[in-house]
Design a protein around this ligand. Structure first.
Ligand code: ADP
Length: 723
């Protein structure tokens, strides 16, 4: 067709009241009349020579595109009605093949066509429909031209629909400056236009500095002839998911555990860096199965078996093993846990695993285990009875304790053992006292008592213990069978008592005989014989006193020391004793200061005399280089106080309490000054029996002061005195 011929229809077409566009075979605009230009809001010049889709995006929809392509291809006249969303008008388009291409006539409809027509037109009117599928949907021509798009991507990129419709989708602003995405999209369009579904993940940039992670899917839509008519592009925003994934990745690196994924056969495919750092291996070295070389040889087989069993059964597994630190070469204990990920058929797809450092726990566990072993060994002791009690009730006891007391494990299980109930009645007070100590100091100092066994027999024991918990009070008690010792003591006491009795009888008789002899000799006035006899008598007195003391001690131990009940004038007793002592011990002057009137105390005169005899005797004996001893007696309304002071050798501080124990002597004096360590224990017993107390103050090399105090009030005196 020549130039002249083309003018005619063109000017003719301008006279049309509808919009008319003429296209060539490739859908480029040959001509558009004034109405068409006005319709899309431009000038005719702007349209001519341009591809239809780009030039009039306001009119482009999938239906429009389809109809144009079909008419060009088939060269059959057709007509379609469709909704142009930009102009918001319903258009009736007639398409007629011409010699050069196709002519398009647009007629604006005032009414929408009947509803079913809309749907019959395939992808027409579907912007709303598309919006319901996804926020970001686009229809593309098989060549990749954008025919339709939902609002969201336009909003994302801040563009108007007409700016992008009809143009190649790869130039869409969200990725127009991102060659990688453009390449991905081109490849996907090429695949989809051949009939395949194409999918790719892309990081797009709709706005500078604003990114969206999208999964883009291109689905081809075929016509009745199975030709790809257009492509539906749907995108799924995975930005949040992606961010979460990144966060998760960060987390994977943050957590103190080692984290991996593994193939179904257990080969590691991914781990966090922490694990590689610990092993001192690169990912290449460690992944797969190689890392297992770092498991302690002793743990390897066990952990391997456990792993294989779990893989075979498809169940989670847990295993503990030692893992070697690549840098230090040291092993630490770890707990590995793995969970299989399976598909619907139950086939393992992969494993997720964590490895946690449990070295510390393991150490504590082992220490605990060892200490338990030690406790067990202790409990198995066949010498020491051990029980664990809560308040009075015995919860656990070893065989030795049960054997001692005659109870059985069954009795223990039935909670029949209660240490307080097992305590012999006369020891209850002492037991309570000991337990007060326990409450105060969490420690029960060893004390002697007796338990009553299951068969009613008595068992002397030595008990000590510690408190392990206060609310409710739990104790571990150690019980030593004291029967043998007690028996020995008993035997010794019996011996003492017997020996002193046996000795005293001949001594008494000897003494009598000596006195008799002396009287007879006196008549003959043989002075020398008298002196010898006097000395003999003195020795006999000493021996008698010793024997008497021994007897007293044995009586005290048996609780059988007898006391007379009389009214005693202490003043008188003291003066008498001093007089006797002053005669027999002329080396020291006994300086005495006493009240002028009688000092009355109910009690046993001889025993009280024994107290003063002992104290003043000791004062003289333990001050060999001094020449005086002072004895004072003072009274008040409440008490009578007797003080015996010497200027002797003194008593070391730490031994001051001990000198009142029976047979105790201060070591340094043992050999230089004769004595058996009995006097003070008898003195203490007698003083306490009279309701009094005895104390001592002393300084080495300066002297000692013993103070005896008796209460004046009769009620303070032991009850049997008042009977
Ligand atoms: P002993 O027969 O040994 O004197 P006692 O029971 O009377 O026995 O005294 C016990 C110990 O106390 C003595 O061995 C001595 O070491 C010490 N003792 C007693 N009285 C005095 C004192 N006045 N000065 C120094 N030490 C004393």
């Amino acid at each position: 067709m020549d130039h002249e011929n083309r003018i005619e229809p063109a000017s003719l077409l301008d006279t049309f009241s509808d919009a008319v566009i003429l296209l060539d075979q490739t859908a480029n605009i040959l001509f558009a009349n004034e109405h068409a230009a006005a319709f899309v809001g431009t000038h005719m010049r702007e349209l001519r020579g341009y591809p239809l889709w780009q030039a009039v995006p306001q009119l482009v929809t999938a239906t429009f595109y389809q109809a144009v392509i079909n008419t060009i291809r088939t060269r059959i006249s057709t007509q379609v009605k469709y909704y142009a969303p930009i102009t918001q008008t319903w258009l009736h388009m007639y398409l007629t093949p011409t010699s050069e291409g196709t002519a398009l006539f647009f007629h604006e409809e005032t009414e929408p066509p009947p509803l079913q027509n809309t749907f019959q037109q395939g992808a027409e009117g579907h912007i709303d429909l598309l919006e319901t599928i996804s926020e970001r949907v686009a229809l593309l021509s098989p060549e990749g031209l954008l025919l339709e798009i939902t609002q969201q991507p336009l909003t994302d990129a801040h563009v108007l629909r007409e700016e992008v419709i009809g143009k190649p989708f790869i130039y869409f602003p969200s990725w127009s400056s991102m060659p990688v995405v453009q390449e991905q999209l081109s490849a996907a369009i090429a695949r989809a236009s051949k009939g395949d579904i194409a999918r790719f993940e892309a990081r797009t940039q709709p706005q500078p500095g604003h990114y969206l992670n999208l999964i883009v899917t291109l689905t081809p839509h075929r016509d009745v002839n199975q030709q790809v008519e257009y492509l539906i592009s749907t995108t799924h925003d995975i930005t949040v998911h992606k961010q979460a994934e990144e966060d998760l990745h960060g987390l994977v690196e943050e957590v103190p555990q080692f984290i991996f994924t593994a193939r179904p056969d257990g080969a590691i495919t991914f781990s966090n860096q922490r694990w590689l750092d610990y092993l001192g291996m690169s990912a290449e070295q460690a992944y797969g199965f190689k890392w297992r070389e770092r498991i302690h040889p002793d743990d390897r087989q066990r952990s391997e078996e456990e792993r294989e069993a779990a893989i075979a059964a498809g169940r989670p597994y847990e295993v503990e093993y030692r893992l070697k630190n690549g840098a230090s070469g040291n092993y630490r204990w770890f707990l590995a846990r793995a969970i299989p990920k399976k598909n619907a058929q139950g086939t393992i797809l992969s494993w997720s695993a964590t490895i946690t450092d449990i070295d510390e726990q393991k150490r504590i566990e082992q220490a605990f285990h060892h200490s338990q072993e030690r406790v067990q060994a202790l409990m198995a002791s066949n010498i020491l009875g051990i029980f664990i009690a809560e308040e009075g009730e015995i919860l656990e006891a070893n065989e030795t304790f049960l054997y001692m007391t005659g109870y059985s494990q069954e009795d223990l299980r039935q909670r029949r053992l209660n240490w307080l109930h097992m305590t012999a009645p006369e020891y209850i007070t002492r037991t309570h006292h000991a337990h007060q100590q326990l409450t105060l100091h969490q420690y029960l100092p060893a004390y002697e008592k007796e338990y009553i066994g299951k068969d009613g027999s008595r068992l002397p024991v030595l008990v000590g213990g510690i408190m392990t918990q206060s609310e409710p009070m739990q104790t571990i008690c150690f019980v030593l069978d004291n029967a043998a010792r007690k028996e020995l003591e008993q035997r010794k006491d019996t011996f003492l008592s017997m020996a002193s009795h046996e000795l005293k009888t001949p001594l008494t008789s000897l003494k009598l005989q000596t006195q008799l002899l002396r009287k007879q000799l006196a008549k003959q006035d043989t002075r020398k014989m008298d002196i010898a006899l006097s000395r003999m008598e003195g020795q006999l007195n000493t021996a008698t006193r010793l024997v008497e003391e021994l007897l007293d001690i044995s009586k005290i131990r048996a609780g059988k020391l007898e006391y007379a009940q009389e009214t005693v004038d202490l003043n008188n007793v003291l003066q008498e004793i001093v007089e006797v002592l002053q005669q027999t011990q002329p080396t020291h002057t006994i300086v005495m200061s006493v009240p002028t009137s009688p000092v009355i105390l109910p009690g046993d005169r001889d025993r009280l005399g024994q107290v003063f005899l002992n104290l003043i005797g000791n004062a003289i004996k333990y001050s060999p280089h001094a020449n005086s001893v002072e004895v004072d007696m003072t009274t008040s309304t409440e008490s009578i106080m007797i003080t015996v002071r010497d200027h002797g050798i003194g008593i070391p501080r730490e031994q001051r309490d001990k000198i009142f124990e029976r047979f105790y002597r201060v070591a340094s004096q043992q050999y230089s000054i004769p004595g058996l360590g009995m006097g003070l224990s008898i003195v203490e017993e007698i003083v306490e029996h009279h309701g009094g107390t005895i104390t001592v103050e002393s300084e080495i090399g300066t002297g000692s002061t013993f103070v005896v105090t008796f209460p004046v009030s009769p009620s303070a005196v032991k009850s049997h005195y008042c009977l």
